[in-house]
Design a protein around this ligand. Structure first.
Ligand code: F6P
Length: 341
């Protein structure tokens, strides 16, 4: 078979391990050939291809980013659409496509599969918010990076008796904040799923400070104070004139300082969380998903994605991952909150 492959949406550490897992299994075990498409759906629509064989995937598991490049292009926009993609399939003599991406990618893949295009998906997001899979690769790496950063923030916070606020990724859900905050022993964790008042936050900060600690507050970029008090739109525009995704950490720091009198500093970790070497856990998960995607192609499981359930790799229909996000359950937050303050 000739199999196309693309990576789409925000990158996540482990993408290269998926590509390697799929290409090595596909070429050596099943004698498939591969065609790489550059920069996600954009490369498919524009028929912009890259060679993809054993040579190209040599030693790439440990590399961050993606050798195929990525973009947030929608395959139905511009000159894209079902007919165009069918033409590109024909020009490249493709039998199938493996699309590696998050919710947007899988939603597009579902529309294309419904129109008869043969696609298997591999789920990806550092935010870990995709339903129908227990974990996504990239999340473990992001949590590790955020935890290490917070360990560092704590020593400088301790030295100056300051409250340190760390803003982490998670525009819709608080998985990175919850896990990195627990790992680093945060005194407060603020996530989009939970309403937390300024009074409650300052009480946690004050209680930690009174015990001689430098308070550490972890906030997910999508958190809004008291639910609706501070919608994203009020955070203004970034330097490029786009609505700011984050900025909540910078907003909270002076408010904490004003109310508690405790000197406070904010750090936004941003894209550092998505860069660099994937953790061993993410490499293994990503490699297994890549290998499983080849089995799914061999079994003609179009319209399905490979996913992690417990320790097993399973197959689920695209629609199982679409429509609702995997949010942090109340019980997980309550468990973490027992140790706040
Ligand atoms: O989708 C993952 C994510 O990392 C979000 O947490 C973050 O808000 C967003 O991507 C950043 O996207 P971009 O790289 O396009 O700025």
């Amino acid at each position: 078979m000739r199999i196309g492959m693309l990576t789409s949406g925000g990158d996540a550490p482990g993408l290269n391990a998926v590509i390697r897992g799929a290409v090595l299994t596909g070429t050596t075990v099943h004698h498939h050939e591969f065609v790489g498409f550059k920069d996600g759906w954009k490369g498919l629509v524009e028929n912009d291809t890259l060679p993809l064989g054993r040579h190209e995937v040599k030693g790439i598991s440990k590399q961050g980013g993606t050798i195929l490049g990525t973009s947030r292009t929608n395959p139905f926009e511009g000159r894209g659409g079902v007919d165009r993609i069918n033409d590109v399939f024909a020009e490249n003599r493709l039998d199938a496509l493996i699309a590696i991406g998050g919710e947007g990618t899988l939603a597009a893949a579902k529309r294309l599969t419904d129109a008869g295009i043969r696609i298997v998906g591999v789920p990806k997001t550092v935010d870990n918010d995709l339903d129908a899979t227990d974990y996504t690769f990239g999340f473990d790496t992001a949590v590790g990076i955020a935890t290490e950063a917070m360990d560092r923030l704590r020593t400088t916070g301790d030295a100056h008796n300051r409250c340190m606020v760390a803003e982490v990724m998670g525009r819709h859900v608080g998985w990175i904040a919850l896990h990195s905050g627990m790992a680093a022993g945060a005194h407060a964790i603020l996530i989009p799923e939970q309403n937390t008042s300024m009074d409650q936050l300052c009480a946690w900060v004050q209680s930690a400070y009174d015990r001689g600690r430098a308070p550490l507050v972890v906030v997910a970029e999508g958190f809004t104070l008291d639910g609706a008090d501070q919608p994203h739109s009020e955070r203004g525009l970034d330097a490029f004139g786009r609505p700011r995704l984050g900025g909540i950490g910078e907003m909270l720091a002076p408010m904490i300082e004003e109310r508690t009198g405790i000197e406070t500093r904010a750090t936004t970790l941003g894209h550092i969380q998505r860069g660099g070497t994937p953790s061993a856990f993410d490499r293994v998960l990503a490699t297994r998903l890549g290998m499983a995607a080849i089995s799914a192609v061999d079994d003609a499981r179009w319209g399905e994605m490979v996913a992690l359930r417990g320790t097993e790799i399973v197959r689920v229909p695209f629609e199982a991952a679409l429509g609702k996000l995997k949010t942090v359950p109340q019980a997980r937050y309550d468990e973490a909150a027992l140790l706040f303050g």
